[in-house]
Design a protein around this ligand. Sequence first.
Ligand SMILES: [Zn+2]
Length: 203
Amino acid sequence: MPAGPMVFVDIDTQRDFLEESGALYVPGSREIVANLARLTRLAAERGIRVVATACRHTLADAELSEFPPHCLAGTEGQRRAEATECPDSVILGPDERLEGPLPRHLTLQKRVFDVFSRPDAGELLARYNEEMPTFVVYGVATDYCVRAAVEGLLARGCRVAVIVDAVRAIDPEAEASLLDDWVRRGVLLVMTDVVCKAGELSS
Ligand SMILES: [Zn+2]
């Protein structure tokens, strides 16, 4: 891990994606839950900032013509998994905007899988980027929401690391070539252990 501050980017670790009974279970994602919990604990203990994203749909959303209904507002499936839940997160609905300073844990809800579909996302991420941190990305699914976040961060000149043992794809075969492509574009691939060691050494 490069020295310096980290911002964790926790993508869509919601019950509908991470639980086998969920509406859009991402295959194999149960295997990353322990790592997600470690990262969440580390961030809370060390005061590492977390930007968490979350689908929050209504049946009228265009995305649901491409994917089965998932993360419907007000359902259990829309809630964050226990591993990444943060009781004092500042949660912004799709049309809400942040007022005041950046909180320790921010949840950005969205109607489209790409978090940068939120009109305020670019400006918010630019505020996080003022300290030139490494944006450390994890969650699901590598080939959709994670991809959109990683590529959106790269397009905005951010330094990005992806935790390979804390992401999972809907199409596992697509994951390897995506990771290859990201490395060519300057993304650092890391493991949960390495991030946790770096986090314990910092502060
Ligand atoms: Zn969605």
